[in-house]
Design a protein around this ligand. Structure first.
Ligand code: PAF
Length: 287
């Protein structure tokens, strides 16, 4: 695996990889890789001849008081994991390369970024859309893969690619979970042993809410029970627990919803200093 950190070397490397008409996939990451990222690389290998991975802890998607400085950085370990996973290219730009003096362009997808994490993290999705646009322009892949764990992020990126006629396929890959069901995340590393034990309440309570709704239970009641379970487990703040239409993230009108409509339950909640997010699919019941 070749690792490059300047644009000229990146262009040469991608040109070489594409030399014989081979296809290229990109897996954008912020590093601190876990099995969720490696599942993206595996899927990327099925989709393209070569896989490029980017590692860049993007400052513009962190708000004030968020964990930019604390975000885990472990490049040597990440490199070894990617080498073993069979990535062909690692793109590791520094902040100056990504945002040189005078940088001013911002990409905004106000509809996709409305509500959910967008409401709690102002500017976050502008930072994500802008950096992903840059990464796609820099690497110029045929396909780019993102985890469904960041479901709203995926919606933002799909909107941007559609609106800007970008010639790349965006593919979402289902969330990879720990053995007990907690969604894998680089931020799980912040959890104490006790918090880690309590954190599993998040996916468990979501499954209970989904079962309740799918068997005709009231949505408000199921979501209130979910939030109560989180409180009981030591989550001190729930940013949101909402049902949305899966493909558009629109707020559903439950009175008008057809049975079989694909929905998504999305939750963000804080335990200690860590903010965890998760989402799961469900079908609106036919009653
Ligand atoms: O999901 C992430 O790790 C980041 O938000 C991304 C897509 C790499 C952009 O910085």
């Amino acid at each position: 695996m070749q690792a490059v950190s300047d644009i000229m070397s990146l262009r040469t490397a991608t040109k070489d990889l594409r030399n014989t008409g081979a296809s290229l996939a990109l897996v954008p990451t912020m590093g601190a890789l876990h099995d969720g990222h490696l599942a993206l690389v595996e899927q990327a290998k099925r989709r393209a001849d070569h896989v490029a991975v980017s590692i860049f802890v993007n400052p513009t998607q962190f708000g004030e008081g968020e964990d930019l400085d604390a975000y885990p950085r472990q490049l040597a370990r990440d490199k070894a994991l990617l080498e073993e996973a069979g990535a062909a290219l690692l793109w590791v730009p520094d902040v100056q390369t990504m945002y040189p003096a005078g940088f001013q362009t911002v990409i905004s997808t106000p509809q996709a970024a409305q509500g959910l994490c967008g409401a709690k993290r102002p500017g976050h999705f502008d930072g994500v859309a802008t950096v992903v646009c840059k990464l796609l322009n820099q690497v110029d892949p045929d396909i780019a893969l993102f985890g469904e764990k960041d479901y709203q992020q995926l919606a933002v990126i799909k909107s941007m690619v559609r609106d800007l006629d970008m010639d790349v396929t965006i593919e979402g890959v289902p969330t990879i979970r720990e053995a007990d069901g907690l969604a894998m995340s680089s931020r799980n590393a912040y959890l104490s042993v006790e918090q880690r034990q309590s954190a599993v309440t998040l996916p468990n309570a979501m499954k209970v809410a989904i079962a309740e709704i799918q068997t005709g239970g009231k949505v408000d009641q199921a979501l209130a029970t979910l939030q109560h379970a989180l409180e009981q487990a030591g989550f001190h703040q729930c940013d949101y627990a909402e049902l949305r239409v899966a493909n558009s993230l629109a707020v559903p009108d439950f009175d008008m919803l057809k049975g079989g409509t694909e929905l998504r339950l999305l939750v963000a909640a804080h335990i200690g200093k860590t903010r965890l997010i998760d989402n799961m699919p469900l079908l609106w019941p036919t009653i």
